[in-house]
Design a protein around this ligand. Structure first.
Ligand SMILES: [Zn+2]
Length: 89
């Protein structure tokens, strides 16, 4: 929907940016990154915010420690799962 944005997408992408460089044995091509993001996002509670003319209202301190732990766990699981079985050759 126009004007709505799931800010978890950004959070997952940020985690991938942080974690993938520390895992040189894992493929980090665009296909795998997208697969990992989808895998993690399907396991996380979405967090939709209203966006206004492209500007996002991302409450920086909005996420609890538990939410951060859930995010980290989902992204690491996604990296390990997709990394072990990439959908490409
Ligand atoms: Zn790949």
């Amino acid at each position: 929907m126009e004007g709505l944005k799931n800010i978890m997408e950004e959070d997952v992408e940020r985690q991938l940016d942080i974690l993938l460089p520390t895992m040189p044995n894992i493929c980090s091509c665009d296909i795998c990154r997208s697969d990992m993001a989808a895998y993690a996002l399907n396991r996380l509670k979405p967090n939709y915010v209203r966006s206004n003319k492209g500007a996002l209202f991302h409450k920086v301190n909005n996420s609890s420690t538990q939410a951060k732990t859930d995010l980290m766990t989902a992204v690491i699981t996604a990296i390990n799962t997709i990394g072990a079985r990439p959908s490409h050759n």
